[in-house]
Design a protein around this ligand. Structure first.
Ligand SMILES: [Zn+2]
Length: 438
C-alpha cells in the first residue's frame, strides 16, 4: 500500500515536471530567443563598451552681405528642417532678419547619426553690447532660446582740450565718442556758429557716461551730461537735465533751455555768403535792402524747417523762384527761396517740425548761383536771422530751477570724482614707468 502510494506520487511529480517543461518551452521560448537577439545586437553583456560619441565641432561664423541665418546654417551642413526649427525658436526672442553684416555667431554642431550632414547643438551671439543670445538643443530634440542682459560697467568719461582744426576733429582725437560730439554740436548750435565763432585755441570739454562690457571691451556711450566751450574767454556751459515730469533737454548754467524756437541756420555746413541789410543787387545793379541772409551751398543740399510750424506757401514766387514760407508760433514766419525742388510731402497747409527737410538748395528765380535765401519775418517785418539768439527760450523757474541747481552740483561732483580718478591713474602710471626704468 505504501509502495503504491510512493509510485503514484512519483508519477504525479514526473507528470507535473513534464507539463512544466512543455509549458516553458512552448511559451517562454520566443521571449528567450528575443532576449538573446537583443543582447547579441548590443555590446557583449559582461564588459559593455561605451557607444562611440558623435564627433562635435565648434566654429565662429561671420554674417556676410546677403546671408540669412538659414543660408549660413545650410552652408555648414545643417539640414533645412533643423535650421527652420532653430530659427523658429530664435524668433521668439530675436528677429533673425536683424542680424547685421559682420555679426559673429559661435556654433556648436556634431555628426548626424545617419552620417548625412550635421546636427546643430547650440549657437551663441551678441546682437548688441547689452545682450547675448543662446540657443540650445534640448534632450527632447527641441530648441530653447534665451536672451541674457549683460552686466555693463557704468563709467564716466571726462575729455578736455583745445580746438586746432575743428571741435569734431580735435575732440575725436582726444578720445571722445562721435555720438557724444554730435549731441554736443547739436546742443550748442542754437547759440554758437561753428563756422564763424570757433577760433583756434577755443577750449572745449565734455563729460558723459558710458557702459562697458569688460569681457568684449565694447563700449556704449550713455548721455552727454555736461559740455563746455570757452570762446574768446567767454564760457558756454550746458547741462543735460530732465525736470520732474518733463522731457530731458540741455540747459545753460542759468537754467535756460538751449533749444530755441527757431534754428539760426536752416542748412548744414553752408557758408554765409551775404548778410542782412543794404547791398548792391548782384543782378539788377542797384542798392537794395537784402531782406534775408544767403547761404552758399551746392545744389541739392537739404534745407531744414527752422522751427515747428505750418507751410503757408509752397510754390514758385517771382524772383524768389521755388519758394516755401512756414508760419511758426509767436507771429514768426520763415521763408526759403531759390530751391531746386521741394521735399517729398511738403505742400501748403502741411505741418513741419524743426529740423525736418523741406526742400533742396538751387538757383531758381533771380539767383546768380546755387544758394539758400533765408528770411525771418516777425509781425510782418523782416528781421536779421543772425540775431535769432535774441529770441526767447524757456527758462526753468521755482521748484524746477532749485531741482536744476541741485543737479548741477551733482554733475560737478561726478566730474571732480572722475578727475581725481584720472589723476590717480596717471600718477600710478608714471610711477610704474619709473619702476621700469630703475
Ligand atoms: Zn538773398
Amino acid at each position: 500500500m505504501r509502495q503504491n502510494s510512493f509510485k503514484l506520487i512519483t508519477l504525479i511529480v514526473c507528470f507535473v515536471a513534464a507539463c512544466a517543461l512543455i509549458f516553458y518551452v512552448s511559451y517562454k521560448g520566443p521571449f528567450l530567443r528575443k532576449e538573446t537577439q537583443e543582447v547579441s545586437s548590443q555590446a557583449p553583456f559582461p564588459e559593455p563598451e561605451p557607444e562611440p560619441e558623435p564627433s562635435s565641432y565648434d566654429e565662429t561664423l561671420v554674417i556676410q552681405d546677403g546671408d540669412t541665418l538659414a543660408s549660413v546654417l545650410n552652408r555648414l551642413g545643417i539640414s533645412a528642417s533643423q535650421a527652420q526649427e532653430a530659427i523658429e525658436a530664435l524668433s521668439k526672442i530675436f528677429e533673425p532678419k536683424d542680424l547685421k553684416v559682420d555679426q559673429e555667431i559661435y556654433v556648436v554642431y556634431e555628426d548626424s547619426p545617419d552620417g548625412e550632414g550635421y546636427i546643430l547643438k547650440s549657437l551663441y551671439f551678441q546682437p548688441d553690447i547689452d545682450h547675448d543670445i543662446e540657443l540650445t538643443l534640448t534632450s527632447t530634440g527641441s530648441f530653447d532660446a534665451v536672451k541674457h542682459k549683460k552686466q555693463l560697467k557704468h563709467e564716466h568719461v571726462n575729455i578736455a582740450g583745445n580746438i586746432n582744426i575743428s571741435l569734431y576733429a580735435d575732440a575725436l582725437k582726444a578720445g571722445a565718442s562721435p555720438k557724444m560730439l554730435y549731441d554736443m554740436i547739436k546742443a550748442f548750435s542754437y547759440d554758437v556758429d561753428f563756422q564763424r565763432d570757433i577760433q583756434p585755441n577755443t577750449e572745449f570739454s565734455l563729460f558723459y557716461d558710458t557702459f562697458k562690457d569688460e569681457a568684449s571691451g565694447l563700449e556704449r556711450p550713455g548721455e552727454l551730461l555736461y559740455a563746455k566751450l570757452v570762446i574768446e574767454g567767454k564760457p558756454y556751459e550746458i547741462y543735460r537735465f530732465q525736470p520732474t515730469g518733463g522731457v530731458p533737454g540741455y540747459y545753460t548754467a542759468l537754467g535756460e533751455c538751449v533749444k530755441k524756437a527757431l534754428l539760426r541756420t536752416p542748412i548744414d555746413g553752408a557758408r554765409l555768403s551775404s548778410g542782412f541789410g543794404n547791398r548792391k543787387h548782384p543782378i539788377l545793379g542797384f542798392t537794395k535792402m537784402h531782406k534775408g541772409v544767403d547761404f552758399a551751398a551746392p545744389k541739392g543740399t537739404p534745407i531744414m524747417a527752422a522751427g515747428d510750424g505750418i507751410v503757408e506757401r509752397c510754390n514758385p514766387y517771382g524772383g524768389y523762384g521755388n519758394y516755401i514760407c512756414v508760419r511758426h508760433n509767436g507771429n514768426m514766419k520763415t521763408a526759403y527761396a531759390h530751391l531746386s525742388r521741394y521735399a517729398k510731402g511738403i505742400s501748403t497747409g502741411k505741418k513741419v517740425h524743426q529740423g525736418q527737410v523741406i526742400g533742396y538748395v538751387g538757383n531758381t528765380g533771380s539767383a546768380t548761383g546755387p544758394h539758400l535765401h533765408f528770411e525771418l519775418i516777425q509781425n510782418g517785418k523782416h528781421i536779421n536771422p543772425q540775431k535769432i539768439t535774441q529770441l526767447p527760450s524757456s527758462k526753468l523757474t521755482g521748484k524746477l530751477l532749485i531741482e536744476f541747481k541741485a543737479f548741477m552740483k551733482k554733475v560737478e561732483k561726478m566730474k571732480k570724482d572722475r578727475e581725481k580718478q584720472q589723476m590717480t591713474v596717471a600718477h600710478s602710471g608714471s610711477s610704474r614707468l619709473k619702476g621700469n626704468t630703475l
